[in-house]
Write a protein that binds this ligand. Structure first.
Ligand SMILES: Cc1cc2nc3c(=O)[nH]c(=O)nc-3n(C[C@H](O)[C@H](O)[C@H](O)COP(=O)(O)O)c2cc1C
Length: 203
């Protein structure tokens, strides 16, 4: 059986979603999964980035992470997407990347990919759930198979109990808690398991 192909695609200004994406990518076993960790292209003006030292530092720290391209989505059996909450919605950088994929969508190449999403917001109730649901709306248009964590494991309660996807309250340092890491790892393993089931079922 071929390895499952997992693309973890994120946007992050100050590191939170990068750490979540990294934890998801690391949770995939090398023996059964090929992983691509990709950031979406930055769109903010240089002046805005320069005005925020944490943003500038994060860009510098992650300059080696490849920028996501449509082929990453075409390649993947499973996608994990991670974006900060922006006014209760996904970051424009992530939305813009999704909007570049009309060509793939039109060719039916987004269909049946297994997808799950993660997010962060500055406030405990700052729009994490609406962000995930907004992102999933696009995933329904794509004909993907959305795999939320639900309440399928106690680890979800340790990370705030968001059944739509792991979400965190962002720290100014961009660090995430051990509980959040455990929930992200669980979510990633669940996505991989479902992708494996679908692969086996189709073969
Ligand atoms: C334009 C903008 C809008 C934001 N909107 C919200 C919001 O609606 N609710 C909230 O709690 N935090 C909001 N935030 C804070 C971000 O969600 C927070 O900085 C982000 O989750 C950190 O993730 P990152 O470190 O991966 O960039 C906003 C930040 C910006 C810059």
């Amino acid at each position: 059986m071929d390895k499952v192909k997992l693309a973890v695609i994120y946007y992050s200004a100050t590191g939170t979603n990068f750490r979540m994406a990294q934890a998801a990518a690391k949770a995939a076993p090398d023996s059964t999964v090929d992983v691509r960790l990709r950031k979406v292209r930055e769109l903010a003006p240089a002046e805005a980035i320069a005005a925020n030292p944490a943003w500038q530092a994060h860009i510098q720290a992650t300059k080696e992470v490849p920028v996501a391209v449509p082929e990453d989505v075409e390649w993947a059996d499973a996608l994990i997407l991670s974006t900060p909450t922006r006014f209760g919605n996904l970051a424009a950088q992530m939305k813009q990347f999704l909007d570049t994929l009309g060509g793939l969508w039109a060719q039916g190449k987004t269909v049946n990919k297994v997808v799950s999403a993660m997010t962060s917001a500055q406030n405990p109730h700052g729009g994490q759930e609406t962000t995930l649901l907004s992102l999933y709306t696009t995933m329904y248009h794509w004909g993907t198979i959305v795999v939320p964590p639900g309440y399928t494991d106690p680890v979800i309660f340790g990370a705030g109990g968001n059944p739509y996807g792991t979400s965190v309250t962002a720290e100014t340092t961009g660090e995430i808690t051990e509980e959040a890491v455990r929930a992200v790892e669980y979510q990633a393993r669940r996505v991989i398991t479902v992708a494996e089931w679908i692969r086996k079922g189709r073969s």
